[in-house]
Design a protein around this ligand. Structure first.
Ligand SMILES: *Cc1c(COP(=O)(O)O)cnc(C)c1O
Length: 482
């Protein structure tokens, strides 16, 4: 911090002293690069002391503060207490680690401050470039539409709205679902993410209209049960309209039999949507891609670049095969959004015609940088390696008499427990988190609390797994002895 007068301008918000601001900016870049370079030496996560929390209970700042002072607060009170998903020891939930190329791309995007709701400019072409690549990856045709959204929760919601429009016609937008006598029902598996249920709620179709189909021992949707549920609903006068498959379930990494679901969707005339939040990008690994067979037969797909794609948060993506239906679900005429054939207001259709957001940031740039700088082969290799790490952890568990594997290791997720009750396992995870050694999360499998390690971060190595195992055994033994 070098004090002096604040680096703000005369009437505008630009610096009054550009050289000094430039110096400060370079320092900020160096500090954050230091953080990423040396993150392995830091705790994965650490609890925030009360005095740090207090820093965020201040009055609204009416007067200016020097940017160097604000940055110093960032270094002291924010950076050390972040989620930890940049760290190779982070194994909780399904969090991406991000990359330096993605970070720098995001910095440039912030400088351009582009609004990607619409209009005719290069940032929109970058997003269209990525749509083109995504179509190609998943075997979708030229007419397929797509765009960046916050995440898969939003992407699933958008796809359910498109499926609803396809079933009821665009009039539903004017009349509402309550006006139709058709009782639409949808299907997904017991292993589906909770945001599928939420999307039924938000769309007005209601969570009661979502049938939860049981899973087989590999946590895939039981297709016999799916056929039977559809039959029973038709017999009761309901109208089945949608089946949501999962490619990479959040609990165990299960991939549904996508081809099998596609056959049923074809026979029963259902919209086939896939939640591929993290698993869909396995398409980038030649060894894993065959597991996604049938993904090209879906009507829509939701996935995240911010998980296995290693792109910075947030970067969800929605892809719809019938681009026209997608547009008819969201496009609306508004005079202030008038389209032209030339000038800045050209380039229709605009991204705002395909979702509820009008103002949209330049998420595409960090994804574009990541894909170009590393190339899809390298990202695919990272994805495959996280699955190898899961197999490595599985072997260590099988070797440890105190540990028990709780679900088949199908992809990059390992569910296990230490011998003892649920409380002991919860204790171990809390200890691991608070010691900053590793950050697995927990889930419930067969009614029991289990430790769940998901490998997503490109930085994670076998040594990180050795630390997880060693500390788990120590905390388990200590607790048992106490
Ligand atoms: C992460 C995840 C989601 C939710 O995605 P967000 O990007 O967090 O909104 C949905 N489904 C599955 C299978 C997930 O792993």
């Amino acid at each position: 911090m070098d004090g002096g007068r604040p680096v703000i301008g005369d009437g505008t918000l630009d610096p009054s002293d550009w050289p000094r601001l430039r110096h400060q900016a370079h320092r900020m870049l160096d500090d954050i690069l230091d953080y990423v370079e040396n993150v392995r030496d830091l705790p994965v996560w650490q609890p925030m002391p009360q005095n740090v929390r207090e820093q965020f209970r201040q009055e609204l700042p009416e007067a200016p503060t020097d940017i160097a002072v604000v940055h110093d607060e960032f270094l002291r009170y924010i950076m050390p207490y972040a989620t930890g998903n940049v760290h190779p020891g982070f194994m909780g939930w399904v969090h991406g680690g991000g990359s330096v190329a993605g970070m720098l791309g995001d910095m440039l995007a912030a400088g351009l401050n582009a609004n990607l709701g619409g209009r005719d400019h290069a940032p929109i072409e970058v997003e269209r470039q990525i749509l083109h690549w995504v179509r190609e990856l998943f075997g979708y045709p030229e007419g397929a539409s797509g765009l960046f959204v916050t995440g898969t929760s939003m992407a699933n919601f958008i796809c359910i709205l498109v499926a609803r429009t396809a079933a009821l016609g665009p009039e539903v937008r004017r009349d509402g679902v309550a006006a139709t006598p058709t009782h639409l029902v949808a299907y997904t598996s017991a292993a589906a993410h909770g945001c599928v249920t939420q999307a039924m709620d938000l769309s007005g179709l209601g969570t009661k209209s979502l049938r939860i189909i049981p899973t087989n021992p590999n946590y895939q949707m039981d297709l016999g049960a799916l056929r039977e549920a559809i039959r029973a609903d038709r017999a009761a006068g309901m109208v089945p309209f949608l089946v949501v498959g999962t490619a990479g379930s959040v609990d165990t990494g299960a991939i549904d039999d996508l081809d099998g679901i596609a056959d049923i969707a074809r026979d029963e005339k259902l919209w086939f949507h896939i939640d591929g939040a993290y698993g869909a990008l396995a398409i980038l690994s030649p060894t894993l891609a065959p597991r996604l067979h049938g993904i090209e037969r879906s009507d829509s797909l939701a996935f995240d670049f911010h998980k296995w794609g290693q792109v910075q948060y947030d970067a969800g993506f929605v892809l719809v095969k019938d681009g026209n239906m997608h547009r008819r679900t969201f496009a609306s005429p508004a005079a202030y959004l008038r389209r032209e054939t030339r000038g800045l207001a050209a380039g229709s259709p605009w991204p705002c015609d395909f979702g509820p957001d009008l103002s949209r940031g330049f998420r595409a740039l960090k994804a574009w940088f990541t894909l170009k700088v590393y190339g899809t082969e390298q990202i695919g290799a990272v994805i495959a390696r996280t699955c190898e790490l899961a197999q490595y952890l599985k072997k260590q568990i099988e070797r440890s008499p105190a540990l028990e594997l709780m679900a088949p290791v199908q992809l990059n997720i390992v569910c296990f427990r230490h011998h003892g009750d649920d409380a002991l396992n919860a204790h171990i995870v809390a200890e691991l988190n608070e010691a900053g050694i590793a950050a697995p999360s927990m889930t419930t499998i067969k009614g029991r609390l289990v430790i769940r390690a998901a490998f997503v971060n490109h930085r994670t190595q076998t040594s990180d797994i050795d630390k997880l195992i060693a500390a788990t055994l120590v905390y388990g033994a200590l607790k048992e002895a106490s």
